[in-house]
Design a protein around this ligand. Sequence first.
Ligand code: AMP
Length: 603
Amino acid sequence: MDPVIGIDLGTTYSAVATLDSGRPVIIPSRAGARLTPSVIGFTAMGERVVGERAQILGDEAPDRVAPATKRFIGKRFSPALEKAAKAVVPYPVLAGPQGEVRIKVAGRVMPLTQVSAMLLGELKLDAEAHFGRPVSKAVITVPANFDEGQRQATREAARIAGLEVLRLLNEPTAAAMAYGLVNSFQGRALVFDLGGGTFDVSVLEMENGVYEVKATGGDTQLGGDDFDARIVQWLVAQVPDLHRDAVTKDRVSMQRLRYAAERAKRTLSEQSEAFLSLAELGDHSGDAPDRLCTLDTALTRDFFETLSEPLTTRCLDVCRQVLAEAKLTAQDVEAVMLVGGMTRMPLIRALVTKFFGRPPVTGVNPDEAVALGAAVHAAELASRHGQTLLIDVATHTLSVGVLGGTARRLIPRNSPVPASAKDVFLPGRTGQTQARIPVYQGESEFTDECTKLGEVVLSDISVVNRAEVPIEVTFELSNEGTLSVRAVDTTTGIAEALRIEARTTLSPSEVDSLSKEQAAYSEQQGEKDKVQALQTFPRVLDKAERLVRLLEKSAEENPSPEADSVVGQVKALLAQGRVAVKLGDTSQMAEVTRLLERLVALS
Ligand code: AMP
């Protein structure tokens, strides 16, 4: 079977995993890391850098890198979004031709789906290096509260990266699958997912391979970056008065403060105090000799927790709301599963323990749970064994706008998906022969407080009938949250499907050219990786040979059937490895390396 992977495309970090002998495992990056920073950039020479290298470049040249772009994917550009972006990211955001958000990095204007495709492409290359052969099928996770536009954009990014999406899976559901499998847990679980940019909570019932989401909710504007922003505010207040204004206006200085704040926050998860030492803050564009200043300070864990209080309070408010929607109390929850880097913060763990009256479950790394769960689901979808069943819910209420600006609900939030609903509307006419049925997403009963997804426009409706024409509208929500809408003129039977106006996807020709660019890059990198594999594999064999000699010796001194069996297996793999070298078969080399690693510690 072709290898399949699960990808957690995170705001701050991403990870890729696969199922290995029934167990989900992280695929390390080619640089040997388990997580890849979700950062891309371009060096001064124009070379593309992704992940760790981009993060390092960002320390030196913040204007050459783009972190946290997931915050804006699939969204429409607006001045409010531009203002919000200024507070959290170092790059300018711009409007694209379809009203989508683009960013400017290292002098290039890029669609966000291209940025995500570069990240996905890197994870795909890591997986290909791991398997020694092409990988094209993946389950990709998205925050539960991602809307239609954000899901479409994620699919578009996958298309540009040359990945076939087996399914988009909600992140908390993925995490629950990983915890469920690793801990053999059955019962009522709550997933508390606090990442870099968003906060999601889901309540699930897990029984004999059936994962039933009862309710889900979140806050799309609450994440680790907001905790960092609190520290940045505190730092800015300490900048000497003379320089404060220049520092807050200077992108390079603000990015330095953000990086330092994020590092201090991590330190405070381990230690009770973090020291911050910042140089060259001020106006980097000018040349006055005293335009830059330094800042040396210390932040204690206690004070950071006080700074964070308004944010942690919001986390618990979301938990209360989701529990209420699931008609459960905190005490009914039998396992609390933590996901996202921010849940390493001791205060978050303490709050969760106090609120639910039990400590969170362990056994799965909170940074890796989502990717591991995605790998479990990917393997299930690819093999079609039917051992697990996933029942997810609609994450937003879907409505039709009726006269008077009210939204008539067809599919309420937290309905199990797939879901379908129909209703008859009398939308009146635009002109003589046209009827428009606007479709909204959101929780308000007023359409101006919801997001408009698009309109169904029915032309050629019956003109003979002077009365209003009854139009039957049907909503179908797929099991991964994609909506299709159909409207039928009940008098004539003329039907129309939804045209999503708010869609921010790129033109087919742009997608095509970006896909070609990405494919050319991947091919070039893939060749380099192949050369690397051909060079390193003989060293792996040498090491395994030395190890097998030691094993043989110890098996002679302490004979046992187990020791004999390991020696036999390693020898067989060595023989396979030598054949692979002769044939230049990278897939076989990767397989032998993986199997050897399982038997003996190679690194
Ligand atoms: P995610 O989106 O799940 O990758 O979460 C990333 C967020 O977790 C970022 O805001 C990180 O700064 C934060 N984070 C990662 N590790 C830690 C840590 N040890 N302590 C506190 N926050 C962390």
